[in-house]
Design a binder for this molecule. Structure first.
Ligand code: AMP
Ligand code: ZN
Length: 112
């Protein structure tokens, strides 16, 4: 598990690794997933490093709620407010980057 010193998403937030920005504010950054699984696939991250959604929920529940609001606003713009919000948590659930990130899948009708 990487800490913030060796974290891909910390580097993206700091602008050390390029990304395609979708949204940003003081606490939160959103960018296009490099390997999209839907027509619109955005990752939303808190600027502060937390390993997963449970850590974020415990340390800063308001930020978790804010991430949900940002997801909604992206989907409002891209696909009449419909979207899928995913937090892969743990290696065996497919988490590969250990800086909490919400996957927002939208922009098209999604399979059930
Ligand atoms: P997860 O597997 O839930 O940890 O999600 C990590 C996501 O980060 C994957 O969907 C990757 O496609 C995405 N990803 C990895 N590297 C980059 C990058 N440099 N820019 C944008 N997305 C990335
Ligand atoms: Zn990080």
């Amino acid at each position: 598990m990487s800490d913030s010193q060796d974290c891909l998403f910390c580097k993206i937030i700091a602008g050390e690794i390029p990304s395609t920005k979708v949204y940003e504010d003081e606490t939160t950054y959103a960018f296009k997933d490099i390997n999209p699984k839907a027509k619109v696939h955005v990752l939303i991250v808190p600027r502060k490093h937390y390993a997963n959604v449970a850590e974020l929920a415990k340390a800063d529940p308001a930020e978790l709620a804010h991430i949900a609001e940002v997801a909604q606003s992206i989907a409002d713009k891209e696909f009449h407010g419909a979207y899928r919000l995913i937090f892969n948590t743990g290696l065996d659930a497919g988490q590969t980057v250990f800086h909490v990130h919400a996957h927002v899948l939208t922009g098209e009708k999604l399979d059930e």
